[in-house]
Design a protein around this ligand. Structure first.
Ligand SMILES: Cc1ncc(C[n+]2csc(CCOP(=O)(O)OP(=O)(O)O)c2C)c(N)n1
Ligand SMILES: [Mg+2]
Length: 347
């Protein structure tokens, strides 16, 4: 099955086995299938909103592969594949997207703004870059409380223009904190191309703060893994923060509220030459690690499990609207009691 050749090709990342590459491929296919399912559900009015991760799966998967369980991860809103590779089940993803009564956040957050506490993910923030200073604070707290692990954060190219990015890199550097900053540069901040966002190369921005930076091919599993490994090693060894710029590609719209045809005329393509899943698929086929039958079966199985899971989670009743009064004060105030009575009256 060409194992020897495959391992030689993959040796640059050290210990990547065929099994790990296959698992990464399966996760990527599952993430792509899930994204498509959610977009369709949004179009049918079942889910309110979605930010697809299509095209950005491989850097996300590589990040999750190198992260330890005890590492704390602050993702941004476009990281579906990262959650799946870290083991978050489809059920929890659908519960949040649907805001059903099983949703940990009780339906109060926008779709895609997950909180997977048991997988060591912090809550996703909507304001661009707002999570970056929190990431640094978390790293400081982990050091203070002598917790093991590093803090990893992901964000877009647009986020590097925010004052929060500046504040976060300054503090992380000055306090020599164990933070790995991973920028998923997909070339766009909604309709603003990266060329209008900054004239600088993003990975070089770290230098202004005394933070090493590196650009990696975020559309390639092996490129992402080998590039990230050095950054993970650096941060884990306690040398301080590190900035990775993963060059990737947003295949779809910014979100389900966006119509890229309005601004992306020249760029519209199916992304196939940059599609990270196609690239890994081609490599695995070329190396004889998998065959076309395996590819077909993987896609069919992903569709089956996504369809089945969504149907099951849709059968869970919605969150009780009256639960909006929970978790606000220890004892409800008279205003809350009054509002609760008003809401409870059916007409
Ligand atoms: C502070 C702030 N400004 C503007 C917005 C509106 N907004 C939401 S996503 C986005 C683009 C962010 O682009 P980027 O950081 O490159 O991430 P991407 O969406 O491309 O993955 C903008 C401007 C926001 N949410 N927060
Ligand atoms: Mg972007």
């Amino acid at each position: 099955m060409g194992d020897e050749e495959t391992l030689r090709e993959m040796a640059i990342v050290g210990n990547l086995s065929n099994e790990q590459a296959i698992t990464a491929y399966k996760t990527a296919v599952l993430a792509r299938t899930l994204d498509t399912k959610i977009i369709n559900a949004q179009r049918q009015g079942i889910i309110g909103f979605h930010v697809p991760a299509q095209g950005q799966e491989m850097i996300q998967i590589a990040t999750a592969m190198l992260a330890d369980k005890e590492d704390l991860i602050f993702t941004y809103y476009r990281d579906l594949a990262l959650y799946l590779q870290r083991g978050v089940p489809l059920s929890l993803i659908f519960d949040q997207m649907l805001g059903n009564s099983n949703d940990f956040q009780k339906g109060r957050q926008m779709p895609d703004h997950f909180s997977f506490k048991e997988f060591n993910f912090s809550t996703v923030q909507s304001p661009v870059g707002a999570h970056l200073p929190l990431t640094v604070g978390a790293a400081y707290s982990m050091r203070y409380t002598k917790k093991n692990g590093i803090v990893i954060t992901t964000f877009g190219d647009g986020a590097t223009s925010t004052s929060d990015f500046h504040a976060a890199l300054t503090m992380a550097s000055v306090y020599n904190l164990n933070v790995l900053f991973i920028c998923e540069n997909n070339g766009w901040a909604i309709s603003l191309p990266a060329s209008k966002q900054t004239k600088a190369e993003i990975y070089k921005k770290g230098a202004a703060y005394g933070i090493p930076g590196k650009r990696v091919d975020g559309n390639d599993l092996i490129g992402s893994l080998s590039g990230l490994q050095e950054a993970f090693d650096y941060v884990r060894s306690g040398k301080g923060p590190y900035l990775v710029e993963a060059v990737t590609y947003r295949i779809g719209p910014h979100s389900t509220s966006d119509d890229p045809k309005k601004y992306r005329v020249d760029e519209i393509t199916d992304g196939s030459e940059k599609d990270p899943i196609k690239r890994l698929e081609n490599l695995l086929l070329k190396m004889g690690v998998v065959d076309s039958n395996f590819v077909m079966t993987t896609k069919a199985q992903a569709k089956e499990s996504v369809d089945k899971e969504m149907e099951e989670r849709m059968n869970i009743p919605p969150t009780d609207p009256l639960s909006i009064f929970d978790d606000v004060y220890e004892k409800p105030t008279w205003i809350q009691e009054e509002e609760r009575r008003d809401l409870n009256v059916s007409d």
